[in-house]
Design a protein around this ligand. Structure first.
Ligand code: NAD
Length: 476
């Protein structure tokens, strides 16, 4: 499944630059593939192809586009094991998680193959007998999609599937760390019969080359970005001169609250899911764990027991629970956060060491407080930061005391409290007695600095459609 060429207009193409860059296995630094390094001309070719294909693709009946999406879904599922192996090699996550991500990625393709045929317009009661008002929904146009390395397949399909179902064509720029999954998915789309030019993938070492082209090309009408908050802000500035439509799925800083009336075992299981998926390298990973003082010790002891079972190792080893971090920068960041926290009074009670340069031991820090960098920044690694609280008002204020607002979690056995806290949490998604919130049928997205727009669910299609209003004059 290894590919080194770009996928443009239904063909595998070398770059006009003649250069390549290396994609390395985070587990041992070995080169997994040499990938074409796109330049300005290549990105323009991708836009050319998408722009040419838009006319015929958008004119197909939705049922035809959606049946091609269903074929793509079947192709992805029948190649699940190879796709998962490619992902583990380029990204490092345990193979079982990689297989899970391929199924999750495919589920967006299936979901939008079903939603695409339900992109209804409406009739509106007109104010006079001489007119009739209706709306129709139409595809935005050529969309440029930018994705991160932590979910190399799902972040692609969560954008491509609604875009294609709506009638848009796309140019994808996957992360420079993990372009192989994107290329493999695009090739399978071609095999499924999705016409040339509808999906294009350009691979770049320097992402700025991509933004230079897409933000200045008038044919690109939509940009959808998943990644960090600082880059999202830059892209919003770049979108201003041409007022490009922009969807932003950005970073989080998820609180995970355990109240005194919670089922503690269930909460510990929930935290293990919310924290350790992809070794903590997830935008919705539990970042700040708030424990009520009455259950603090009990929760902590059970968490230590659960920690004892975690195995770090190479992703291809089926025993592995936690793979390597993506790169050295990620290791350095966690060490910086830990040092800052300990310097400001946190206690390191488990883990804390770097193993074989790229792995971080599952780690627990207790006595954390709001002055620490770890309170404000995404940890993006297997570190649990524990905070103690006394009452509901205090913890809700603390949980909301961040510019981010993607996911949040809390555990409580009191139904009234579940409603109250669920409504007061400033985030786009809340796990109530649940550490797992991702599904193709549910709207994924954030409030505050965590982004603009939603992916997945019936709302996901809206990001790629315009509403047009037609006013009919009626005689007689
Ligand atoms: P990143 O912002 O560094 O990069 C994301 C993508 O943007 C990459 O493809 C990168 O090459 C590209 N990019 C960077 N600078 C660019 C520029 N100037 N112009 C155009 N493209 C540019 O983020 P990352 O390190 O790859 O991913 C981790 C971040 O993504 C975390 O903050 C995480 O929370 C966030 N994330 C959010 C979601 C979500 O759905 N909200 C999902 C996954 C990850």
């Amino acid at each position: 499944m290894k590919r080194s060429k770009m996928y443009i207009d239904g063909e595998l193409r070398d770059s006009n630059t003649g250069s390549t860059f290396e994609v390395c296995n985070p587990a041992d630094g070995t080169v997994v593939s040499e990938v074409s390094k796109a330049g300005v001309k290549d990105v323009k070719s991708g836009v050319d192809a998408a722009s040419t294909a838009f006319g015929t693709w958008s004119a197909l009946p939705a049922s035809r586009r959606c049946s091609l999406l269903r074929k793509w879904h079947r192709k992805i599922m029948s190649n699940r094991d190879q796709l998962a192996e490619t992902m583990t090699l380029e990204q490092g996550k345990p193979i079982a998680e990689a297989k899970g991500e391929i199924s999750y990625a495919a589920s967006f393709v299936r979901w939008f193959s079903e939603e695409g045929v339900r992109a209804y317009g409406e009739t509106i009661p007109a104010p006079t007998a001489k007119s009739r008002f209706v709306t129709i929904r139409q595809p935005v146009g050529v969309a440029a999609l930018i994705t991160p390395w932590n979910f190399p397949a799902a972040m692609i399909t969560r954008k491509v599937a609604p875009a294609l179902a709506a009638g848009c064509t796309v140019v994808i720029k996957p992360s420079e760390e993990t372009p192989l999954s994107a290329l493999a998915l695009a090739e399978l789309a071609g095999e499924a019969g999705i016409p040339p030019g509808v999906i294009n993938v350009v691979t770049l070492k320097d992402p700025k080359v991509f933004s230079k082209v897409i933000f200045s090309d008038e044919r690109v009408l939509k940009i959808s970005f998943t990644g960090s908050i600082p880059v999202g802000k830059k892209l919003m500035e770049m979108a201003a001169p041409q007022l490009k439509k922009l969807s932003l799925e950005l970073g989080g800083n998820a609180p995970f609250i355990v109240f005194e009336d919670a089922d503690i075992d269930r909460a510990v299981r929930g935290l293990m899911t919310a924290k350790f998926r992809n070794g903590g390298q997830a935008c919705i990973a539990a970042n700040r764990v708030f424990l009520h003082e009455d259950i603090y010790e009990t929760f902590y002891n059970r968490l230590r027991e659960a920690f004892g079972k975690l195995k770090i190792g190479k992703g291809l080893n089926p025993e592995t629970d936690i793979g390597p971090l993506i790169n050295k920068k990620a290791v350095d960041k966690i060490q910086r956060l830990m040092k800052d926290a300990v310097g400001k009074g946190a206690r390191l009670v488990a883990g804390g060491k770097v193993v074989n340069e790229r792995w971080f031991e599952p780690t627990i820090l207790t006595d954390c407080n709001e002055d620490m960098d770890i309170f404000r920044e995404e940890i993006f690694g297997p570190v649990v930061a524990l905070y103690k609280f006394r009452n509901e008002d205090e913890v809700v204020r603390s949980a909301n005391n961040t510019p981010a607002g993607l996911a949040g979690y809390f555990y409580s056995g009191d139904v009234s409290r579940c409603w109250r806290v669920g409504e007061r949490m400033q985030c786009g998604m809340v796990g109530v007695n649940s550490g797992f919130i991702s599904d193709a049928s549910a709207p994924f997205g954030g409030v505050k600095e965590s982004g603009i727009g939603r992916e997945g669910s019936r709302y996901g299609l809206d990001e790629y459609m315009e509403i047009k209003y037609l006013s009919f004059g009626v005689e007689g």
